[in-house]
Ligand binder design. Sequence first.
Ligand SMILES: [Cu+2]
Length: 371
Amino acid sequence: MPSPSQNVPTLKSSRFRYHKPLQAHPRKYSIPLFLPLLILGLSSCQNASIPSTKPNANMVLGGPPAVVSPASDKDTSIRGPLAYAPNVPPLDPSDTVLVKFDVTHRIVQLRNGMPFSAWLFGNALPGPVLHLKVGQTVKFMMTNRSDDSMTMQAGMHPMPHSIDFHAAMVNPADKWRSINPGETISMSWTANYPGVFMYHCGTPMVLLHMISGMFGMVIVDPADGFPGKVDQELALIQNEFYLSEKPVDGHYTADTVLAMKKQPSLVAFNGKPNQYFLHPIHVKAGKRIRMYLLNVGPNNASSFHIIGTIFDKVWIEGNPKNQLLGMDVVSLPPATSAIVEFTLPEKGRYTFLDHSFADAEMGASGELIAD
Ligand SMILES: [Cu+2]
C-alpha cells in the first residue's frame, strides 16, 4: 500500500515543473499549494492595472454607538442641508453636518378628496432630501413623535420607528434600531461614496412602514463635486401607494394585503400622483438639467423616460464612475437610483413618466414646461 506522501502530486510530475525557482523544492510546493499562489499572483498583477474604487483615502467605517434618550422638546422643525423634492438643498460646507428631523403621524392629501393616514419623516411624504458630499460626517438626531396630540386627534396609534440610511456603512443593529414613541435617537456616520441613496424606516413590518410614507433621498456629491456644470437641479422620488378600498375614520390607510400582492392603488412622483400635471415644473429650453432619481418601490421597478428628449449622461446609482450615455429610458428596480442629465431641445411641454404604462396611469407621470 502506498504511503500518503506518494499520493501527493509533486512539481516533478506536474505541468508546472518548468518553474525553475520551485524546482529546487519539488515536494514542498505541491499543486494544491501552488495553484492558489499562482492565482493570487495573477490577480494581483491584474489589480495593479485597475484603478481603486475607493472614493477617498479617508473612508470612515462605522461610527460611535447610537444613543437613545427621552425626547427633550416638542420641536418638530427640520435642521440641516434639507429641502423637499423636487428642490435640491445647497450643501453645508462643514466637515460635520448637523441634521435633525422627526417622525410624526399625520393625515396628508394624496390628491383632492383623498386623505391618507401617513407616517412621515420630517413632516412630509416623501421625507426631506438630504444633501451631503463625500467625507462629511452626519450627526443625526430623530425623535419618534408618533404619540403627539395630532396623532391622537387623527385617531392614529403611536408605534416604534427607525431610520436606515443606505448612504451609510455602519452596524444596522445599532444605528438603525427602533425607538419608542417619545424617544430620540442620536447617531453619526460618514458619507463614503457619491450617489443617490434612499433612506427608510426599517421597523417591522418594513413594508407597512414604507407604504405608509417613511422614505426619502440622500444625495452625496463627490468630494470635489459632480463633474460638469448644470443650470437646474431637480429631485424626483417614485413610490407606490397601496390603499384601503374605502376611507376608515375619514381617511385611507395603507393596505398590506395589496402590497404583498404587489398591486398598487396609485404610483406617484414626490408623494402625490399626477401632481406635476396640475403644477408642472418649469425649466428653460436648451439649458442643462440634472435630475436626481430614486425609485423607492417598495415593490415595482420604474422605466423612467421623458417624452421628447434623451439623457445624454446617466450615472447609475448616482455615481459618476458608473456612466452610461445616450439613454432614453433608465431602469430603476426598487431602492435604486440614477442621476440623469439632459436638455429640453425647444420650448414646449414634456411629459416625464414611468414607461411601465400601468404605473403612469396610476399617477407616475408629470410635466416639465420648457419656457
Ligand atoms: Cu416606521
